[in-house]
Design a protein around this ligand. Sequence first.
Ligand SMILES: [Zn+2]
Length: 257
Amino acid sequence: MAEGDTVHATAERLHEALAGRVLTRSDVRVPRFATTDLAGRVVRDVAARGKHLLLRTDGDVSVHSHLGMDGSWRLYRHGERWRGPSFEVRCVLETEERVAVGHRLRRLEIVRTSAEDLILGHLGPDVLGPDWDLAEATKRLVADPLRAIGEALVDQSVMAGPGNVYRSETCFLAGVDPRTQVGDVPDAASLVDSMKRLMERNRGGGRRVTTGDPRRGHELWVYGRAGRPCRRCGTPIRSFLQGADRRIVYACPTCQT
Ligand SMILES: [Zn+2]
């Protein structure tokens, strides 16, 4: 699942491969932008803002994408076989050396770079970005004290980047049930800070580890572990749906009160 850590790692890889290069061909497979031709444009930089990815070219043109649940950008050499079915490809950008392919993107649009803020201005401080501001994120988190903490933690207007995995893992580490009202959480700032530290540790990409144990099947405390024993107390982990988007949240009924 793409959370801020994955998106930042993707942006760094794309930036390394494409920044400063001329696009030799583009193929945007979204009806609204199907006629867009980016050939001849120079890629200035590729950056992440929370879960959003921005590939900026000269001439005030940005390719904005959101990976959603399982989207990705992959880099290939010319002639190399692409992974996954071709009907899932949403965007192809080529330079002389590389081919960047966006698979299963939830959102893809071509926008004016100078108008990026119209799309992304609502985002809170980016947990992994240069604009990170713990005090501001905490202020936004506690703004609605009646809201469940698990919902507030993944609200991208509170802070940009965290998703379902970090919500469950952070609440477990804090010993807080995700359904607790924000106003009843004893130390919201340290909760936000602990989420930030978990995400920093995983910003390189690859398999996400929150337990400190990278062995397969040992990486996470509660996420995806419904019915399995809690790593701390042995109680079976429970799952439930939370928020308007009804996502599955995991918690230990003993360790999290
Ligand atoms: Zn437990």
